[in-house]
Design a protein around this ligand. Structure first.
Ligand code: ZN
Ligand code: ZN
Length: 362
């Protein structure tokens, strides 16, 4: 991945805003700009070059993950604050942008105290706006994270047994995607049997797969940097008319929303396609979360695809599309795919089967 090109793009943004430098304190943003996967390290992006400020624990890791990047490793006994103040002075920085969503007020005050002449300018979203549009390397990595998640799900499907608990199934899924090369779970996997599926963030517990007619699985893999995020409902028992009806409404709402994903579309309008369809079917008040979210270094990142989301979709954005209907006491159906906005429309990156007949197991 071309991290220098990303930093150069950021440099142009800073120049336009007449800022001498940006202190990147958000660790995900540091990863995006350098490839470094550790924490406790800040990146100073200046007009004339970049500097990482870190401590001796990470010297080797920086050498491996970001060769060529200038490092300022502070000796034991020197604080991050002292190291920063030195760097500001030697870099002749007068106007310093800080990340207002990440830096604490306490730390800002300490910097201001030590560097009274430095003008600190709170900013938001400089790096996040670059992260909105994925380049081809990032898309390739998201595809890998999806491949790992989907292969693992295929194994789980074929080995799912009624006596397994939700937790057994979640553990098996996560074990499997690690076998397929994933570094981590993108988030704690959700496996929710029957009524538990009415909770959008159910924790897998002692309920058994055979306790009800269906199970909702929401899972994703992290391939090292990038994430995937999918949801499927598997039918393990009888297809009641209620289940068939709700499943059909959610699937059709999702299909319509995916069809609306294209460059120039307003994210709120894509959300509304699914929301209006579900409302017309009589379940409007049973779909109580946004339609989707951006996906990348973080599982939930910009843009939001939700009511009032003013983002205009652009080629290179990757978003989830995940409508759901939840009935307390009965359960819930959510179907989630990862979708890339392309120049001409969209590409659905996830391929796990989702037609009703295809999600019946056992
Ligand atoms: Zn999900
Ligand atoms: Zn999601």
């Amino acid at each position: 991945m071309d991290f220098l090109a990303r930093r150069d793009r950021l440099r142009k943004v800073l120049k336009k805003a007449e800022l001498d430098a940006l202190l990147v304190t958000d660790f995900t943003n540091v990863t995006y700009l350098t490839g470094f996967t550790g924490d406790d390290s800040y990146l100073l992006v200046r007009k004339d070059g970049d500097l990482i400020l870190s401590d001796p624990r990470y010297t080797v890791q920086f050498g491996e993950e970001c060769p060529g990047l200038d490092l300022s490793i502070r000796p034991p006994g020197v604080s991050m604050l002292q190291g920063l103040v030195r760097a500001f002075r030697s870099g002749r920085i007068a106007r310093l942008a800080i990340e207002a969503d990440s830096m604490t007020v306490g730390f800002r005050d300490q910097i201001a105290d030590r560097s009274p002449k430095l003008e600190l300018i709170p900013t938001g979203g400089f790096v996040e706006r670059l992260r909105l549009i994925k380049d081809k390397d990032e898309i390739a990595r998201i595809r890998t994270a999806i491949w790992q998640a989907e292969k693992a799900f295929g194994v789980l499907r074929s080995t799912l047994r009624p006596e397994m608990t939700e937790k057994d199934a979640a553990d098996e899924l996560e074990h499997q995607f690690r076998l397929f090369g994933a570094k981590n779970a993108a988030f704690a996997s959700i496996v929710a049997v029957g009524p538990r599926a009415a909770l959008p963030h159910a924790t897998p517990g002692a309920n058994r797969i055979g306790d009800d007619d269906f199970v909702l699985v929401d899972w994703g893999a992290n391939e090292g940097l990038y994430n995937s995020d999918l949801t499927r409902v598997l039918i393990t028992g009888r297809i009641s008319p209620k289940l068939e009806r709700i499943y059909g409404v959610v699937l059709e709402a999702q299909r319509r929303a995916i069809a609306a994903v294209r460059p120039g579309a307003l994210a709120a309008d894509v959300d509304d396609v699914a929301r209006a369809y579900i409302a017309k079917a009589g379940f409007g008040h049973r779909f109580r979360h946004g339609l989707g979210h951006g996906l990348g270094l973080q599982v939930h990142e910009a843009p939001r695809v939700a009511v009032k989301s003013q983002t205009i979709l652009q080629p290179g954005m990757v978003v989830t599309v995940e409508p759901g209907i939840y009935l307390p006491g009965w359960g819930g159906v959510r179907i989630e795919d990862d979708v890339l906005v392309t120049r001409t429309g969209h590409e659905v990156l996830t391929h796990s089967p989702k037609e009703l007949a295809e999600v019946v197991v056992g």
